[in-house]
Design a protein around this ligand. Structure first.
Ligand code: TRP
Length: 444
């Protein structure tokens, strides 16, 4: 079965966008979506937005603005699947299924949750004072977004890589529990460094970010707002005619993002030769507007025709659900949420109960002249032992641990890798049950 690589991009629907977002995320993502060998999914993460924003008018406005922005910037809804997360009811159902296989211990380690806890503790408050369930469970919903469409790649910023790891974890747990080993339901999605929203410096030279109040707005406020923001780019006070250092301001870096190499070089040369800052800023505004001006008028047209926007999003939802609905049905079957008539149709009374093999295993291996063993559960490594001098030593530990899992508590120097202690004990219990079952089968 050969299918195109599937790339899925989730878009936050909070706030409005600046040209840093455009250069770092929107423009490259749209470029990539034109690759004929890629199947692209783009969606507005508007369920996620509810975690941070409890102002309905802002939620409404923001998701509309952001939908219009991506379309105006050139995202072609006929060639990609472009939809609102909240229009796909299959996603929350999958979210729940994944919640039922993911451990709280794993989510405890999520950066966003830990940051909220740390901030509360630092302020002398209850650790969970500011933690909504939505925030805590954020990574599960994100896993559902990704796994619902079996995305191979997800372009994300640095801060999201941990979420991708959690999505992989959710996928492999679900696969291990419910899928035959040779036909997993989910592929394990990879994080790719597609979007790097930090590439552009802001007016003051720090990275362009709303939290620094140093942004150049993308469309909002029109050309006037663009000119106004550019006029506030920090420069030194050299007068026209004086030679200027092109690297003394963020002006040139921003100019580069909207011009050819040659134009960029000429611009720098002109500054060295005495071009005034005022004139340079005008040239920057022209360069930016050359590219985004036509987009801005498409944006304004879209914003003035919410019906058209709505139609586009509805069509996108239908396309997305054409994937999601049959897939979710498969998953429902897998977990046992089946039609009551299913039993009669398949006559389970005659069928052998399916024998599920235990996917938790001890594996002994050799690495750099040392011996170790690990406990793996499907693809996850639950436990990696310290080094042993001989294979026999490692083997003895394996034997002991199989016999008395609690002994892992006493394993001197044994190191837990990646997962919590509860997972290891749980894995060992499953192993024991499996071995016991095998022994019983041998007897009968
Ligand atoms: N968490 C992402 C962000 O903050 C947005 C997002 C939600 C997302 N669901 C996703 C991104 C699924 C990729 C895939 O940017």
């Amino acid at each position: 079965m050969n299918r195109h690589k599937r790339v899925l991009t989730g878009i936050n629907t909070t706030g409005t966008l600046h040209i840093g977002n455009y250069v770092g995320a929107i423009r490259p993502a749209i470029q990539e979506s034109r690759n004929p060998n890629v199947e692209s999914f783009f969606f507005l993460a508007d369920l996620h937005a509810l975690i941070k924003c409890h102002d309905p008018a802002r939620v409404e406005r923001s998701r509309m603005q952001i939908a219009a922005t991506w379309l105006a910037a050139g995202l072609d809804p006929d060639h990609v699947v472009f939809y609102r997360q909240s229009d796909i009811p299959e996603i929350p159902t999958l979210n729940w299924m994944l919640s039922c296989v993911m451990s709280k211990g794993l989510l405890n380690r999520a950066h966003a949750y830990k940051a909220a806890v740390d901030a509360a503790v630092a302020a002398g408050r209850d650790p969970d004072a500011d933690v909504l369930m939505g925030l805590f469970c954020y990574p599960v919903l994100m896993a559902a977004d990704i796994l619902m469409f079996n995305a191979d790649e997800v372009p994300v910023g640095h801060d999201q890589i941990q979420h991708l790891e959690m999505a992989r974890e959710a996928a492999s747990r679900f696969n291990n529990l419910y899928a035959p080993a040779d036909a997993p339901f989910f592929v394990l999605p990879k994080a790719t460094g597609g979007s790097n929203v930090e590439v552009l410096p802001g007016l003051d030279g720090r990275k362009m970010s709303k939290s620094y109040n140093n942004v150049i707005p993308l469309f909002e406020g029109g050309r006037a707002a663009l000119d106004e923001a550019i006029s506030r780019i920090v420069t030194d006070s050299r007068l026209p005619g004086e030679p200027k250092d092109p690297n003394s301001t963020s002006l040139c870096v921003i100019y580069d993002a909207f011009s050819t190499k040659e134009e960029g070089a000429a611009f720098r040369e002109a500054l060295r030769g005495g071009l005034g800052w005022g004139e340079a800023k005008q040239m920057l505004a022209e360069a930016i507007d050359r590219e985004i001006g036509p987009m801005r008028s498409r944006y304004e047209t879209l914003m003035a025709h919410p019906d058209d926007l709505e139609d586009i999003m509805q069509a996108g939802a239908r396309k997305a659900r054409a994937y999601a609905a049959p897939f979710l049905e498969k998953l429902r079957q897998a977990v046992g949420l089946r039609s009551f008539t299913h039993q009669q149709e398949t006559d389970v009374s005659a069928a052998e109960p399916t024998k599920k093999t235990c996917s938790t295993l001890f594996k002994q291996y050799r690495e750099n002249d040392a011996f170790r063993f690990k406990i793996v559960d499907g693809v996850r490594e639950l436990f990696i032992s310290d080094e042993f001098a001989s294979g026999r030593d490692a083997g003895q530990w394996v034997k002991r641990l199989k016999g008395e899992p609690q002994a892992i508590l006493e394993a001197p120097g044994a190191l837990l890798s990646g997962v919590g202690f509860a997972d290891v004990v749980d894995a060992l219990r499953r192993l024991q049950a499996y071995e016991a079952e095998k022994a019983a089968q041998r007897k009968s």
